[in-house]
Each structure stands twice: as C-alpha cells, then as structure tokens.
Design a protein around this ligand. Sequence first.
Ligand code: DX5
Ligand code: ZN
Length: 215
Amino acid sequence: MNATRIGPSLLAADFARLAEDIGRVERGGADFLHLDVMDGHFVPNISFGLPVVAAVRQTTRLELNTHLMLQDPLPFIGPFKEAGADSLVVHVELESAQAVLGTIRQHGLQCGLAVNPKTPVSALYPYLDELDSVLVMSVEPGFGGQAFQPAALDKIRDLCAEIERRGLDIPVGIDGGVHPGNAAACRRAGAQCLVAGSAVFNSPDPARVIADLRG
Ligand code: DX5
Ligand code: ZN
C-alpha cells in the first residue's frame, strides 16, 4: 500500500501572501498543491484562473494538481499546461468528459476525473482505464470550508473495490471538508490522496496538520 499523499487546496490560502503560504505547506511536507479553478457556471463561484496558476508555478516545484470546475474546459487544457499545471482533474458530470480526457492526454498531462456528491460513483467506471487518478467530492464543489459529507466514504470503498476488481492501480482522492478528525476514516475507506484547504491553511501549524492528515 502506498503512503497517503496530502494536497493542500490553495483556495484557503491568503491570496495576498500566496508565495509565503505555499512555502509554509511545502516545508510542512505537502506532496502536491491542489488548485481549484471555478468559472461561475459549473459551480456558483469564481476563484482564480491561468495567471494565478502561472504565478504559483514560479514559486514551487510541487506538483500542481489543478481541479477544473469549468462548464467548458476543452479550450483551456492547452493554456493550463502552458501555465504550468502538471495534472488536470475535470468532472464526470460534463457531457464533454470523454473529449476533455482525450485532450488532456494529448497534451501529455496526467488526467483525473472527479465525481460530485449527488453523482453515483459508477459514473466513473466507463473511464477507469484511461485515468491517472479519481477524486471523490465530499462537499458540493464551489466553496471551501464546508462540512464533510460522510457518504463519500462508501463511494470510496465502492470505487476502490471496482479498481481492484479490474486489476488497475489508480489512486483515489477525496476533496472537501477533510481535516485530521476524519482523515483516518478517509484512509481506511481507501483514499490515497487527501485534499484539504481550510484545515491546513487556517492552522497556525500546517506542518502538524499535514502530518496528522497523513496519519
Ligand atoms: C471545493 C474544492 C475543494 C475545497 C477544499 O469546490 O474543490 O478543493 O476548496 O477546501 P476545504 O478543505 O476547506 O473543504
Ligand atoms: Zn478541489
């Protein structure tokens, strides 16, 4: 079993002190950074886009795992690669999911597929053969700081069973409301990547939180 990977979500960082906050979590043992890009259409919020990803790229060598909550990600795959994203996660709820995954691959980036709380995890199954990662949302996407939805744990268990049944090796991540108090349950359910925003950045000791999340 691989070690759990921890990815702080920059949505909860201090945007006026981004480089400083990134340095703190990088020194604190973060395995990757999770960048939540929102367009105000796929989710009812707008976060940040290409210039911020490019600026973050200048400040860290950590993997930039970019979570695209966009209604139409297709025209932006190339630009996000240019900006320095390493892996792109898009949503299975999109009609264009298949085409977007193909385009991500064509650009030589790692591709992941996320599933919203109301979408059954079986929606991911047709795509499993072509994914580098999967991401189970434990909150409705759009905002940081929401309460963890425990139903995500059953979805992770089902997903891990299906991945194993097919003899695949795809890390399963969880995103939303993750904190040291529920991280053990996430890990036990089979999550190998934990994304956490508020828990990490709202703490005076992010290194401690990252260590606690890893368990
Ligand atoms: C929600 C985002 C999450 C979120 C995590 O739309 O995808 O990555 O920012 O933040 P917390 O850990 O605060 O729920
Ligand atoms: Zn996210």
